[in-house]
Design a protein around this ligand. Structure first.
Ligand code: COA
Length: 341
């Protein structure tokens, strides 16, 4: 990275956006044939009707490269060079325990020796990565940053678990950020990030890390899968997203009713509606694509943004808010730029 020591106020500005989901679709009906569940249960409790899953052998970086390619192409089509000197990949399903997934993604995207690292904040990962990349740009550490949320949750779910399999899908979403001015359309505004590690056990893959390995014993197979206490998570998700969103609204000087689009983490339609209600954002202004993609964890917000982008108009006020394992949460504000994707 080459430092830029200019004293002008800088902001990170959204310059490109792209999403990718793998082609294989799994509908609720298909799940009902092999799990003890129904389309009615899944769609009424979650709002999800289908999700995409990675093909055998397709890893998180493969999805990340597709989304990254689209974000770079979108940037080029909107007049920003498709370059980045920083690549951040938000994921909790990395290709390997080490090295990070981001360096491989940067190399495959032809981004040379860009600084590249992963961020693991589960479903809040994209907002954490966006905040980190935005801070790098405003501090003059990076000129352009590619921020990707990418997940293959299908690789960590117990295929026989009806409480998790219907909820999650695979996918990736990416944005290219460039250095710009705080008053231009597309500028990222305020951020709020938080965590509560006392509640780590609510969303966890118990085995595979140093805690389990330090015992010297092989892990029971059930401990290698994703586990979630859904009902408790539901309540924390609503409260934390609403609280965090209010913090950035106050800092930005916007009220809930003034928000044009709420781009919330696509966990569950009932959660999103409850957050919108608490913030007094009209429900039809809460972007939802979870019916078609499910919960794609760190990919959820950029995928939802890419999906809804054609409905946004330049200058629209966007509120992003996410919640996930950790527990973690985060929110951001931005104005929508004149962006074709
Ligand atoms: N099909 C049919 N029944 C199911 C089922 C399924 N796929 N999954 C669970 N059930 C059953 C449960 O076993 C339970 O049965 P019981 O009452 O006999 O014990 C019953 O449905 C109710 O389960 P519960 O977990 O209390 O349901 P819920 O209304 O809370 O909905 C979630 C479950 C997971 C959809 C909901 O809690 C949720 O969305 N939580 C948040 C999850 C989330 O968003 N996580 C990601 C955050 S980053």
């Amino acid at each position: 990275m080459r430092p830029n020591l200019s004293a002008e106020p800088r902001a990170a500005v959204l310059a490109g956006l792209g999403g990718y989901v793998p082609p294989t679709v799994v509908t609720n009906e298909m799940l009902a044939q092999r799990l003890n569940t129904t389309d009615e249960w899944i769609s009424s409790r979650t709002g999800i009707r289908e999700r995409h899953v990675a093909a055998p052998g397709q890893a998180t970086s493969d999805l990340a490269v597709e989304a990254g390619t689209r974000a770079l192409k979108s940037a080029a089509g909107n007049g920003t060079p498709p370059e980045a000197d920083l690549v951040v990949v938000a994921t909790t399903t990395p290709d390997h325990p080490l090295p990070g997934t981001a360096p491989a993604v940067a190399a495959r995207l032809g981004l040379g020796n860009a600084a590249a690292f992963d961020i693991a904040a589960v479903c809040s990962g994209f907002v954490y990565a966006l905040a980190t990349a935005s801070a790098a740009i405003t501090a003059g550490l990076a000129r352009q940053a590619l921020v990707i949320g990418a997940e293959t949750f299908s690789t960590i779910l117990d295929p026989n678990d009806r409480t998790t399999v219907p909820i999650f899908g695979d996918g990736a979403g990416a944005v290219l950020l460039r250095a710009g001015r705080p008053d231009e359309a597309g500028a990222l505004g305020r951020f709020d990030l938080g965590s509560d590690g006392d509640l780590a056990e609510l969303i966890i893959v118990p085995a595979g890390g140093s805690r389990q390995r330090s015992t010297g014993q092989p892990a029971p197979v059930e401990d290698t899968y994703f586990a979630m206490q859904g009902r408790a998570v539901f309540v924390h998700a609503v409260n934390r997203m609403a609280q965090s969103a209010r913090t950035v609204l106050d800092a930005t000087g916007w009220t809930g009713p003034e928000v044009d689009w709420l781009v919330g983490h696509q966990a569950n339609a009932r959660i999103l509606r409850a957050v919108a209600d608490q913030l007094e954002v009209p429900t039809d202004r809460a972007v939802m694509n979870l019916d078609r993609v499910g919960n794609t964890s760190a990919a959820s917000i950029p995928l939802a943004m890419a999906d809804a982008a054609e409905r946004f108009t330049p200058g629209d006020r966007l509120l992003l808010t996410a919640f996930g394992g950790g527990l973690t949460w985060g929110s951001a504000t931005l104005t929508w730029p004149n962006l074709e994707i």
